[in-house]
Design a protein around this ligand. Structure first.
Ligand code: ADP
Length: 555
C-alpha cells in the first residue's frame, strides 16, 4: 500500500478545486507542501513578506473569480498575514490562507514559532479551523473553498500543525472530494423585483451606486443593460470603477457630490453604505432619499439606513430578473436630472483643469496621470495606494473593464498597490498592469518589486515621489515638515535596476512618455520614479472625507 503525507493530500485536494497557482513564502513546516505542489505542477510564486503574498493571492482570486490561495509559515509568519485577512474581509473577497503551526504533540508547550493563530485569524474569517489529522485534509480544504466562494465571499483560514503536514497515512484511508461547484446564484423575491423596477422607473432623480459585488458576480452586462434601458446615471465605488466603462455617457462620477446629494432614489447594488458611500446619511445624501438595495447577504439590507426595497440574491441573477421586468421600455433620454449632472461634471472638470493642463516641474499628480494614461491600453489593470496618489488616480485614470482597478478599498490599507499588481499580472498574463504607489505607501511592500523581477512579471510600477510621508501627518504637524519629509528623493529607480528590472527617473511631464515607452519595450518589470512637487495640488473637497462635515482646511 502507498503511503502519502499530509502535504501530498492537501495538494491533491487543492488541485481538484482548480488551484494551479499558490502565493507562497518558503518556510517550515510548509516546505513539504510546496514540494508536493511543485511536483503536481502548481505554480508557486515566492514572496518576501507574508502580508504581500496574502494580498497578491486575494487580488488574483478576485480578478479570476477562482480560489486565491496563500501559504505562510508559523508564528510571526502567520501573524504577518493577518493584514491580508483583514483586507479580504473588508473587501468581501474570497481568500484561503494556509498557515503552519506547532506539532500537535507539542501543542501549548512552547514549540518553535507556536502562536495562537487560530484565535488570531477567527475575527477576520468566515471560517477558520485547525486540521489535526492528515486524513481530514480533503474535507477541510474542500469546505474552505466552498465557504469562501459562496454567498458573501470572505477569507478562510486553515491552521496546519507540522505533524499534519508531515504525517504519513495509507492513501486508501483518504477520501477526496470533487472540486466545489461554481457559487450558486440565488434569485430575489419576484414581488421585490416588481417593487424595485417600479420605484426606479417612477423616481425623478434616480442614481445607481455600484460596487465590487457586481464585479465579483460577473454582472457587468446585466447592469449595463439596465442602465441603458432605464437611463439611470451611475456612480461607482472606487473598485466598482470599470464595471460599466468610465466613458459611458451616464457616468456621473464627475458630479459625484452633486449626484449623491440630489438623488431622490439610490439603487445600491453590490456595495455597502459604509464610509465609502458615507453611510447613506445626510449631508452626503438627501435625508429623505429612497433606497433600493441589492446584496447577496440578507443581513446587509438596511444596514446603515432603512431600505425601501431589498433585493436579496446574486447580482447577475437578480439584475437579469429586473431586465425581464423592465422589458423593452426605455425612459426618455433627456431629463432635467441628466442635464443637471452634465452641467456639474463640466464645472468640476473646469475646477481641476488648471492642475491637469499645467506644465510646471516638478509636476503635480494630475500632470503625471495625464501623461501616463496616454500609454495605457483599454484593458490595463490599475492598482493604487497612497493618499493623494490613489485619490487622484480615481479621477484621472479611466477604467473600462470590471475587476481592473484595485486599491486600498474599505480597509484603507496602504501598501496594497505593489502586491495587488503582482496578483493582477499573474491573473492577466500579457495584459498591461500599472501599479501607482505613493512614495510612503511604497515602503510597506516595495521590496516585492524584486518578486516581480524574479517571477518575470512585467508590471509598470510608478512611484509618485513627493518626498513626504503623506497627507494626514503633513496636515496635523502643520509647519513642522521635517518630521514627515525625507531628506532627499529616494532613487527607487536605481533599486529596481539593482533587482534586475528596468528603472527610470522622471523629472518633467515631457519625460514621462519616452520613459514609459522604454519601460514597456524592455519587457521587464519596471519602476518609473516620478518626481512630484511636495506642494500638494488637489481640488478642495466639499466635505472632509473622514468626518463628513463640510470643509475645513485640507492641507
Ligand atoms: P465597494 O467597496 O465596491 O463599495 P463593498 O465591499 O462595500 O463594495 O460591498 C460589496 C457588497 O457586494 C457586499 O455587501 C457583498 O455582500 C456584496 N456581494 C458580494 N457578492 C455578491 C453577489 N454575487 N451578488 C450580490 N451582491 C454581492
Amino acid at each position: 500500500m502507498a503511503k502519502v503525507t499530509g502535504g501530498d493530500i492537501l495538494t491533491k485536494q487543492l488541485r481538484a478545486e482548480g488551484v494551479d497557482v499558490v502565493f507562497n513564502i518558503g518556510a517550515d513546516p510548509m516546505t513539504l507542501i510546496s514540494a508536493a505542489m511543485a511536483r503536481e505542477g502548481v505554480r508557486l510564486i515566492n514572496f518576501r513578506h507574508e502580508q504581500a503574498n496574502g494580498l497578491a493571492a486575494q487580488a488574483y482570486g478576485y480578478i479570476t473569480r477562482r480560489p486565491g490561495v496563500a501559504m505562510v509559515g508559523s508564528g510571526p509568519a502567520m501573524t504577518n498575514a493577518i493584514t491580508a485577512l483583514e483586507t479580504a474581509r473588508s473587501n468581501c473577497w474570497p481568500f484561503l490562507l494556509i498557515g503552519g503551526n506547532a506539532d500537535v504533540n507539542k501543542r501549548d508547550r512552547g514549540d518553535f514559532q507556536e502562536a495562537p493563530q487560530l484565535a488570531a485569524a477567527a475575527p477576520f474569517c468566515k471560517w477558520s479551523v485547525a486540521v489535526d489529522d492528515p486524513r481530514q485534509l480533503p474535507y477541510y480544504a474542500h469546505q474552505a473553498i466552498q465557504k469562501m466562494m459562496s454567498g458573501r465571499p470572505l477569507p478562510v483560514y486553515l491552521d496546519l500543525p507540522a505533524s499534519t503536514i508531515a504525517g504519513q497515512v495509507e492513501e486508501s484511508e483518504v477520501t477526496y472530494f470533487p472540486g466545489a461547484p461554481p457559487p450558486a446564484r440565488p434569485l430575489a423575491d419576484p414581488q421585490a423585483i416588481r417593487d424595485a423596477v417600479k420605484a426606479i422607473s417612477e423616481a425623478k432623480r434616480p442614481l445607481l451606486l455600484l460596487g465590487k459585488g457586481l464585479a465579483w458576480s460577473d454582472a457587468a452586462d446585466e447592469v449595463r443593460q439596465l442602465v441603458d434601458r432605464l437611463q439611470i446615471p451611475f456612480v461607482a465605488s472606487p473598485m466598482g470603477k470599470g464595471i460599466i466603462p468610465d466613458d459611458h455617457p451616464l457616468n456621473a462620477q464627475g458630479a459625484r457630490t452633486f449626484a449623491l446629494q440630489n438623488a431622490d432614489l439610490v439603487f445600491l447594488a453590490g456595495a455597502r453604505f459604509n464610509w465609502i458611500f458615507h453611510f447613506g446619511q445626510a449631508p452626503r445624501f438627501a435625508p429623505d432619499v429612497k433606497v433600493v438595495q441589492l446584496d447577496i447577504d440578507p443581513s446587509e439590507i438596511g444596514n446603515g439606513r432603512p431600505t425601501d426595497v431589498g433585493l436579496v440574491g446574486d447580482a447577475k441573477a437578480v439584475l437579469g430578473q429586473m431586465l425581464q421586468e423592465v422589458g423593452r421600455k426605455n425612459r426618455p433620454i433627456e431629463t432635467p436630472w441628466l442635464q443637471a449632472l452634465e452641467t456639474e461634471k463640466h464645472k468640476n472638470a473646469e475646477a481641476i483643469a488648471g492642475f491637469v493642463n499645467s506644465d510646471q516641474a516638478p509636476m503635480n499628480m494630475y500632470q503625471m496621470y495625464r501623461e501616463v494614461v496616454k500609454m495605457m491600453d483599454r484593458d490595463a489593470t490599475v492598482t493604487a495606494d497612497g493618499e493623494n496618489t490613489m485619490a487622484i488616480s480615481r479621477i484621472m485614470v479611466p477604467n473600462y473593464l470590471p475587476r481592473h482597478r484595485l486599491d486600498a478599498g474599505p480597509s484603507g490599507c496602504m501598501g496594497v498597490s505593489t502586491p495587488y499588481a503582482i496578483g493582477a499580472q499573474v491573473a492577466n498574463p500579457g495584459k498591461q498592469v500599472f501599479s501607482f504607489n505613493g512614495d510612503y505607501a511604497f515602503g510597506w511592500n516595495g521590496f516585492e518589486t524584486e518578486t516581480a523581477v524574479r517571477n518575470k512579471l512585467p508590471i509598470v510600477f510608478i512611484v509618485a515621489n513627493n518626498v513626504t510621508i503623506g497627507g494626514p501627518q503633513a496636515r496635523e504637524l502643520g509647519g513642522n515638515r521635517s518630521v514627515t519629509e525625507q531628506p532627499t528623493g529616494i532613487r527607487y529607480d536605481r533599486i529596481m535596476q539593482e533587482f534586475g528590472g528596468h528603472g527610470e527617473l522622471v523629472e518633467t511631464p515631457q519625460q514621462i512618455r519616452p520613459a514609459l515607452e522604454r519601460a514597456l519595450k524592455s519587457g521587464k518589470p519596471s519602476l518609473v520614479n516620478v518626481v512630484i512637487s511636495s506642494q500638494p495640488a488637489r481640488k478642495k473637497q466639499a466635505h472632509d472625507w473622514m468626518t463628513g462635515r463640510s470643509t475645513r482646511q485640507q492641507y
